[in-house]
Ligand binder design. Structure first.
Ligand code: NAP
Length: 247
């Protein structure tokens, strides 16, 4: 029987995942594998999808369903519970199990990117699902970090605190943007930090992959920082979905 995988979300028409898996299935000669787009107007529609899609083996999950999908699953892995978001579902003998691959993917890309054997103090902008994935990865790397949030109670600093104490950025050499500021179609947005504090010793990572060079990354690069976008993380994360579906 044909094996079906796919992506659920509200708007899934320009999906990286479909292109990625279509190419992978073609390249690996997996002619009985299919990757479908499943736009859902309401998460409740996932029940019909589960019932009616013959051969359904796995799903990726995108906005806005990463959190609400949990109550439609039989089991959610602890990492996904901690992060508060599921981005991969495996269907095995009718059982639906939720996973999150963002933390492992971020960890792997950080290892590829940062100079070996060095640890950095980090600042994470944003406190949502992807921020929690990044926090988990940094803990695994034994790296200290501070959280920046719009709300005092959700982080260590607010954006105003960073403006008032320029030394915070000067002394913290790894900056990670986990906010959606600058993501297509709002390409002109960027997190409100003081870029003049950034130096050539800084490493600046933006989880956004579209556009490839956000204003955040452009401004950081103008001040000499080494920059990285979210594309590799997206690739690694997709490959980890594949590993989960085949485990
Ligand atoms: N490359 C990858 O594989 C990958 C994986 C996951 C996510 N991402 C990208 O990461 C980004 C965030 O994803 P997410 O799921 O974590 O999103 P999210 O939960 O909607 O937002 C993350 C956090 O950003 C902050 N934020 C939101 N809107 C803001 C605004 N207008 N101004 C300032 N801060 C704002 C909020 O933190 P505070 O309330 O604390 O300020 C929020 O909790 C997206 O662009 C997504 O595409 C990439």
């Amino acid at each position: 029987m044909e094996k079906v995988y796919g992506l659920i979300g509200q708007t899934v028409s320009h999906s990286f995942s479909k292109t990625y898996f279509d190419e992978k299935f073609f390249r690996d000669g997996l002619r009985d594998h299919r990757y479908e787009l499943f736009p859902l107007k309401d998460i409740k529609e996932i029940e019909t999808l589960f019932k009616e899609t013959k051969g359904l083996m796995g799903l990726n999950v995108t906005v806005p369903y990463k959190e609400v999908v949990m109550k439609h699953l039989d089991e959610v892995y602890p990492v996904a519970k901690f992060i508060g978001a599921v981005n991969v579902i495996k269907i095995s003998n009718g059982k639906k199990i939720g996973f999150n691959t963002d933390s492992d993917a971020f960890y792997e890309t950080l290892n590829h990117w940062l100079p070996k054997g060095k640890t950095y103090q980090a600042i994470i902008l944003g406190s949502g699902g992807s921020s929690k994935a990044v926090q988990k990865a940094l803990k695994k790397k034994n790296m200290d970090f501070k959280l920046v949030s719009r709300e005092k109670k959700k982080g260590d600093y607010t954006y105003e605190d960073l403006k008032k104490n320029p030394k915070i950025i000067t002394d913290t050499k790894l900056l990670i943007n986990t906010t959606p500021l600058g993501m297509h179609p709002n390409n002109d947005d960027y997190p409100p930090i003081e870029f003049s504090q950034i130096t050539k010793e800084h490493y600046v990572y933006d989880l956004i992959y579209n556009p490839a060079r956000t204003v955040f990354l452009q401004k950081a690069e103008m001040h000499g920082a080494t920059i990285k976008n979210g594309l590799e993380m997206l690739h690694v994360q997709a490959e980890k979905s594949w590993e989960i579906w085949n485990s």
